[in-house]
Design a protein around this ligand. Structure first.
Ligand code: GDP
Ligand code: IMO
Ligand code: MG
Length: 453
């Protein structure tokens, strides 16, 4: 009798399991998916290159936050392209590229980008769609950015001075102007109203710049939006998902520059982490599938702010030289240092990264030894957590690895990589409990080693 009941129970559980699986499969086939690609450090991890590599697997590449502070570099056929506002899928002829509501756009920079790209990507006018809800960066936003930085004296953020902070400030204080507003009859009045407010603040900050010329250029540049499809409502992405389209949400900056989770106040003004894709595109949290995290094999930072593993010495200089570490947007030299696993683990956790890609491992070739931070020494003892103030870290606790003296930039398979690098990779995987699926070994679109192939 007991055995009969157990058998019945088992059959019942089996049926429930099969029904659940069927529903799961149906759900998967019924709608497309959204993967999010995020930078896990202080930006410039090589996101542009990786989005370009992966873009053939997606119908849509969608930028969800940031603006022209971003500089995403793509290299193929011996040419290098730097994108600021346009998503990195633009070189794939059949890919739709979408600039989401969470992005801030400077019409002047956007127009310049389009002019540079239109010969090589003549499909840009059909394949690039812009959300009407994306906010506009005004000339006075740029002036305000510069004036605020000037007023900070020794505490400068090191902003890219593209007007990002002031533009997001106006968005949050509910007085910003959006791309869609350009087509409303009262746009000029709204514009003048906002500019007057900016001018009063600029006067308080003793900034005396004439805006007449800047304004003319800006209004001329705004004409560019007439050549593009503008997404009328914020359900564009939902419509695409219901048509089974696969979407890759492209993050800008890096997790340590996130307004909430970064090294505040030395951060940017948006949510750079994967959660930003929900608000910046109109995607529900349940619709996020994979989160792909991009991380350099070492660390760089451009601009001010704490950087526990920074090497202000010959090692830092060698990393900068071998990695060509100069800002893609501003040309500023990037600060360089060892990989910080405490910060990386934190970034992996807050983003929910389940797929990890390491870039620029080729830059570490020719180092006798390579270090990674595995903890921070503070006044309260050793810690493996990100503290409230990164400035309170006395020094990182390092683990040292043996380097390799071998050019890996032409490697195509795992067995062409030196054992020392594989040991380094295995340690990162173990520390972060995350599998590394690909190692990028050069700037070119094809310079990749997939580890599971
Ligand atoms: P993003 O902002 O994250 O897209 O990164 P950036 O484009 O600002 O900076 C990354 C730089 O590294 C660019 O110059 C890329 O061409 C380059 N790059 C990307 N991946 C690799 C790699 O694996 N090895 C080398 N040597 N360079 C790379
Ligand atoms: P990508 O997308 C690296 C940094 C600036 C500054 C701080 C605030 O190419 O990785 P902002 O202009 O946003 O007010 O500057 O953030 N920063 C970046 N650093 N890569 C970026 O973008 C960055 N975007 C902003 O240097 O320290
Ligand atoms: Mg960059």
């Amino acid at each position: 009798m007991k055995c009969f009941l157990t058998k019945k129970l088992l059959i019942f559980i089996l049926i429930i399991f099969v029904v659940c699986k069927l529903f799961e499969t149906k759900f998967t086939y019924m709608s497309g998916k959204v993967d999010v690609l995020v930078g896990l450090q202080w930006g410039d991890e090589g996101k542009g290159k990786i989005v370009d590599c992966l873009s053939s697997l997606y119908h849509i590449i969608a930028r969800y936050q940031g603006g022209p502070n971003a500089g995403h570099t793509l290299t193929f056929d011996h040419h290098k392209y730097i994108l600021h506002s346009i998503p990195s899928g633009i070189f794939q002829k059949n890919c739709i590229n979408y600039i989401g509501n969470g992005v801030v756009i400077d019409p002047i920079i956007f127009q310049q980008e389009v002019q540079t790209l239109q010969t090589i990507c003549p499909w840009i006018f059909e394949q690039l769609i812009i959300s009407k809800n994306a906010h506009l960066i005004l000339p006075t936003h740029r002036l305000l950015d510069a004036a605020y930085e000037q007023a900070k004296g020794n505490n400068k953020i090191g902003s890219t001075l593209k007007g990002i902070g002031p533009c997001y400030t106006d968005k949050i204080s509910r007085q910003g102007l959006r791309v869609g507003d350009l087509f409303l009859p009262n746009f000029k009045a709204k514009y003048q109203d906002l500019v007057q407010k900016h001018v009063s603040i600029l006067k308080l900050l003793n900034s005396t710049v004439s805006i007449a010329d800047l304004e003319q250029d800006w209004f001329n540049a705004c004409e560019i939006f007439n050549n593009f499809k503008l997404a009328e409502s914020n359900i564009f992405i939902q419509q695409m998902l219901s048509q089974n389209k696969n979407i890759l949400a492209e993050g800008a900056q890096g997790s340590m520059l996130d307004i909430d989770f970064g090294s505040y106040p030395f951060v940017t003004s948006s949510n750079t982490t994967s959660a930003g894709a929900c608000t910046g595109l109109g995607v529900a949290p349940r619709q996020i599938n994979d989160v792909i995290g991009i991380c350099k094999a070492y660390t760089t930072r451009v601009g001010s702010g704490p950087f526990p593993t920074e090497q202000s010495n010959l090692i830092g200089e060698k990393l900068r030289k071998q990695g060509h570490e100069f800002g893609s947007t501003t040309g500023r030299p990037r600060r360089c240092g060892w990989l910080d696993l405490v910060a990386l683990k934190f970034a992996i956790e807050i983003n929910g990264v389940n797929r990890l890609i390491i870039t620029k491992s080729d830059v570490l070739s020719d180092f006798d030894e390579i270090k990674v931070a595995i903890a921070y020494r503070t006044n309260e003892g050793e810690s493996t957590y990100m503290p409230f103030c990164l400035e309170n870290i006395i020094e990182p606790v390092y683990k040292t690895f043996q380097g390799w003296q071998q050019d890996i930039s032409h490697a195509k398979t795992k067995d062409e990589l030196p054992q020392e690098l594989l040991t380094y990779i295995a340690f990162i995987e173990e520390y972060t409990s995350t599998k590394i699926e690909m190692v990028s070994v050069g700037p070119d679109r094809n310079a990749n080693v997939w580890l599971n192939k």
